[in-house]
Design a protein around this ligand. Structure first.
Ligand SMILES: [Cu+2]
Length: 180
């Protein structure tokens, strides 16, 4: 964890040191807090609307979306993982003439105190080689991987984004069926 900590996080860190030897000497309440924090390491990110598209028939592919709020310094999303998926790539859509095309991207910028939005027809996660189908209502654990903040766990809900309101306006409800 090499990211710069905000004053809020700094206060937490000072109040509840995570170093095991020190924590062992703390009062029980404080120890509990320290343990809770150790399980879910402090992250400058708040991730919402983490959604995966249901799979279609035998196709073991999906797309993932989320809205990330960054309350810290700038970072870069450099990868993602999903339980039961062989591979997850970062993709974007670019317009070439009249045609929208998908391109793999190596990373995506997370602005300081800003947002990173993955949504239909923009940046999105492409999920390959799923072990089984993704059905509406399922929850799937995964993680987003950042250059500075490291691995940040996230739980995705499987739902059709157009029905969930999980994507931004102007997004279009239509889907061409190939999981993008
Ligand atoms: Cu794609």
């Amino acid at each position: 964890m090499r990211y710069m900590i905000s004053s809020f996080l700094l206060a937490l860190t000072l109040a509840f040191p995570m170093a095991g030897a020190h924590a062992a000497a703390e009062a029980p309440e404080t120890k509990k807090e320290a343990e809770a924090q150790a399980e879910a390491p402090a992250s400058p990110f708040m991730i919402e609307k983490a959604v995966l598209r249901p799979t279609i028939g035998p196709v073991r592919r999906s797309a993932g979306y989320f809205t990330l709020h960054n309350h810290g310094e700038a970072d870069r999303l450099i990868g993602a993982e999903l339980e039961g998926a062989g591979n997850v790539e970062l993709h974007t859509h670019i317009k070439e003439g009249e045609v929208m095309k998908m391109r793999r991207i190596e990373s995506a910028e997370v602005p300081a105190n800003g947002m990173l939005i993955f949504k239909h027809r923009a940046h999105h996660l492409m999920i390959f080689d799923l072990e089984g189908p993704l059905e509406e209502g399922m929850s799937v654990d995964g993680a987003l991987i950042f250059e500075k903040a490291g691995r940040v766990p996230v739980t995705f809900s499987v739902m059709t984004p157009g029905l969930s309101g999980g994507t931004q306006k102007g997004d279009g409800m239509k889907h061409h069926g190939s999981g993008h």
